[in-house]
Design a protein around this ligand. Structure first.
Ligand SMILES: Nc1ncnc2c1ncn2[C@@H]1O[C@H](COP(=O)(O)OP(=O)(O)O)[C@@H](O)[C@H]1O
Ligand SMILES: CC(C)(COP(=O)(O)O)[C@@H](O)C(=O)NCCC(=O)O
Ligand SMILES: [K+]
Length: 256
């Protein structure tokens, strides 16, 4: 069975793929210092809790944090006796190479989102991923990643306000009741929430105009559903897009 690992700058997600469905999804915070033994303690406790009887013999990793890959490699080798595929490394092929400026190292999460989105939808696509950063990945009809946009993440923006301004508290994102906030917290939530609604609409409109064609918009990442509640920002919402992309890249490398 395959263990797919998606390591973002904030969270690390493990999912077990039996070839047709994900049996479970486990989430922990990303820490470069976490050891292989610590990963296994956490992983085996949860697998037992869910009553799963699985034998992992393959691992694929996508990590936006290069330093965590070493310990994840040791984890795969020590506990599953396998050498993991690592997206972005030369021995892990992509179904189609990105078309970007020479020397650019595209975030592996964006390459994985691209593969997942093309596999499910085909055609011209925009993937909006609400992670630590909010990224827009532009996917051509042949499945290539051809560029995009990187904006600060929603929580990062709220945290930046708190860090930089003495009078602004730590605030969690939520959908404000009104646009005009009548207290500090409501003002901050409104500024960030409606600011992001506008950001997503404007960026997608400009991408479409620059490409001069219709494009399907796919929303993913932890906060995508919150933003899709009020406004029709996306054509589809796919929380598992990155995990799906990992299975697509894994299958492609097995075949080839
Ligand atoms: N369901 C959720 N509700 C609220 N916040 C969330 C949820 N899922 C993730 N987040 C927050 O959204 C941000 C991005 O999370 P995530 O998508 O896991 O980022 P990354 O992939 O960059 O690690 C983080 O600050 C995280 O705490
Ligand atoms: C833009 C990102 C920081 C997003 O990471 P995430 O929010 O998923 O943690 C990551 O994709 C990255 O480090 N990219 C490298 C530069 C690029 O993609 O062009
Ligand atoms: K991500």
């Amino acid at each position: 069975m395959l263990l797919a690992i998606d390591c973002g700058n904030t969270n690390t997600v493990f999912a077990i793929w039996d070839g047709s469905e994900f049996l479970c999804t486990l989430r922990t915070s990303t820490h470069h210092a976490r050891t292989a033994d610590a990963y296994f303690t956490w992983y085996s406790t949860l697998v037992k809790h869910y009553g799963l009887d699985v034998e992992i013999d393959e691992v694929i990793i996508s990590s936006t944090v290069p330093r965590v890959v070493f310990n994840l490699r040791v984890f795969a080798d020590r506990f599953f006796g396998c050498r993991p595929m690592v997206v972005g490394k030369p021995d892990c092929a992509l179904p189609i190479e990105p078309r970007v400026d020479g020397g650019t190292i595209v975030g592996p999460d964006r390459l994985v989102n691209t593969a997942g989105a093309h596999d499910r939808h085909g055609g011209d696509l925009i993937v909006v991923d609400f992670g630590t950063a909010t990224t827009f990945d532009v996917v051509a009809a042949d499945g290539a990643y051809i560029g995009g946009l990187i904006a600060p993440g929603v929580n990062l923006s709220l945290e930046a306000l708190h860090m930089a301004a003495a009078a602004l508290p730590h605030v969690d994102i939520s959908k404000p009741q009104q646009v005009i906030g009548t207290n500090t917290v409501a003002c901050m939530q409104s500024g960030v929430f409606w600011g992001y609604v506008g950001l997503v609409k404007e960026c997608c409109a400009r991408i479409r105009a620059e490409r001069a064609r219709p494009m399907k918009v796919i929303g993913t990442g932890g906060l995508a559903s919150l933003f899709n509640e009020t406004e029709e920002l996306f054509d589809v919402l796919e929380e598992d897009l990155t995990m799906h992309g990992l299975t697509v890249i894994h299958a492609y490398n097995k075949k080839g």
